[in-house]
Design a protein around this ligand. Structure first.
Ligand code: FAD
Ligand code: FES
Ligand code: FES
Length: 432
């Protein structure tokens, strides 16, 4: 039976393991957690995953009960402090109030996580009110100091939902169920559960020890395939510093608390934000059977090189051999996947990779060859060469001509970054 701690009390349930937490909470009459979009965009369903002293806001519409076995969840009904809604209300921060429970939970997590309050709110949409009073109110909120029990992973099985804790067990399950869905953070796959689609056996990878952890070494950064982006963020310093504002725009705190680099590779989307980074750094993908360069892993539109019984274990980002620069354009600044992205590692042999310019994220050989030095003319020539490197797609995120012009603009923006290293990360606010 699935068991977890909810608002400080143990609960068990026989509900289907792929029931979303949101559906389950509301069926249990814990209706403070709201359903806005049911696809991770609006944050009305935000609850907090607690683990010892850490708090992570997550979207209850994407997380499923099987993933939460053994974990600790807090919803708006379980807040011991009742001042947060009042602080927000006094800040003139609410009108209809539909978004308020989600914002309260994001704010409660923020009192522990710290950082930029705008970033903490990027995953919460409010359709009636301005955000400024809410952001200002969040600056006045203090951490209440409460902690939870630390999560201790244990192997579990609930019918057709398996949650192994070792790679050997995960691979054995995969061999026994070749059609199974591998579930990491569920920020892509969770949409299918949220839409109540039928599914085969599910193998949850979140608790597999070999797939967890992220470590910086002199050689670079090793990221466990099932480790959420949130754990990677603090390591994006020094030579990797430019990746921090880039990854800070991957979804929201809610998405980054669950979403993983392994899931970005597994989806192999042409606009997956991690993929140009991995390509520009010549990253190595470690699977349960081999190690391969990311350029050999990606095979086409949502296609990759994994065999049916193969699981991504980790990704190794080598230390950049020159300046590393990363740019992203999306229709909304926050909480939106890229329309076009460009990442460049400008060492002795420049490597430049783009997303959103074809069926898969890919290197730009013509632009790389044109970049003979770091002068403005070389960047202009590299921008022009992109026209030979790519035949962009045409979709609702951007037409082909716009994508090419945008990519060429981003290419020249790299020169500006090199020439003016003190430019803020976001000097060119993209209109909503
Ligand atoms: C609101 C919202 C905003 C988003 N914004 C962005 C964005 O800005 N940029 C961006 O790139 N993405 C974005 N995404 C997409 C998503 O968050 C990312 O692609 C994320 O990296 C997926 O990781 P996950 O662990 O949640 O994958 P899951 O949903 O668990 O899995 C995705 C796929 O990868 C496979 N997979 C997962 N782990 C493994 C493994 N170890 N081995 C083999 N296969 C595996 C799964 O079987 C599945 O096919 C967004 C999603 C939402 C809902
Ligand atoms: S209901 Fe909108 S993010 Fe979950
Ligand atoms: S107050 Fe109405 S959606 Fe935020």
């Amino acid at each position: 039976m699935i068991a977890f701690t909810l608002n400080g009390a143990p609960v068990t349930t026989t509900a289907r393991p792929t029931t979303t937490l949101l559906d389950w909470l509301r069926a249990e009459r814990l209706t403070g957690t709201k359903e806005g979009c049911a696809e991770g965009d609006c944050g009305a369903c935000t609850v907090v995953l607690e683990d010892g002293a850490t708090r992570a806001p997550i979207n209850a519409c994407l997380a499923v009960l099987g993933q939460l076995h053994g974990r600790t969840i807090r919803t708006v009904e379980g807040l011991a402090r009742d001042d947060l809604p009042h602080i927000l209300a006094q800040a003139d921060g609410t009108q209809c109030g539909f978004c308020t429970p989600g914002i309260v939970m994001a704010a409660w997590a923020h009192t522990r996580q710290g950082g930029d309050a705008h970033d903490a709110l990027a995953g919460n949409l409010c359709r009636c009110t301005g955000y400024r009073p809410i952001v200002e109110a969040m600056g006045r909120m203090a951490d209440d100091g409460a902690t939870a029990a630390a999560f201790a992973p244990a192997a579990a099985e609930f019918g057709d939902f398996h949650a192994p804790v070792t790679l050997a067990a995960a691979v054995a399950l995969r061999r026994a169920h070749p059609q199974a869905w591998l579930l990491a953070g569920g920020t892509d796959l969770g949409l299918r559960f949220s839409e109540h689609r039928e599914h085969p056996t599910v193998i949850s990878l979140m608790n597999v020890a070999e797939l967890r952890g992220v470590a910086a070494t002199p050689a670079g950064i090793r990221i466990g395939a099932a480790e959420p982006y949130a754990a990677l963020m603090p390591l994006l310093n020094g030579a990797f510093a430019s990746l921090r504002p880039y990854f800070a725009r991957l979804g929201s705190r809610q998405i980054r608390a669950m979403g993983t680099v392994g899931g970005n590779l597994g989806t192999a989307s042409p606009i997956g934000d991690a993929l140009p980074v991995l390509l520009a750094l010549d990253a190595v993908v470690e699977t349960s059977v081999r190690r391969l360069p990311v350029g050999d892993f990606l095979r086409g539109y949502r296609r990759h090189a994994l065999a049916p019984d193969e699981i991504i274990v980790a990704v190794e980002l080598p230390m950049p051999d020159g300046p590393l620069l990363a740019e992203k354009l999306s229709r909304r600044h926050d909480q939106d996947i890229s329309a076009v992205s460009l990442v460049a590692c400008l060492g002795p042999r420049p490597r430049i990779a783009l997303g959103g310019m074809g069926p898969m994220a890919a290197r730009a050989p013509g632009a790389e060859a044109a970049l003979t030095d770091h002068g403005r003319d070389a960047f202009r020539a590299a921008a022009a060469a992109l026209a030979q490197d790519f035949a962009p797609m045409d979709d609702w995120r951007g037409g082909a001509a716009w994508r090419m012009a945008a990519a060429q603009g981003l290419m020249q923006r790299l020169w500006l970054r090199l020439a003016h290293p003190d430019l803020p990360a976001e000097p060119f606010a993209v209109p909503a």
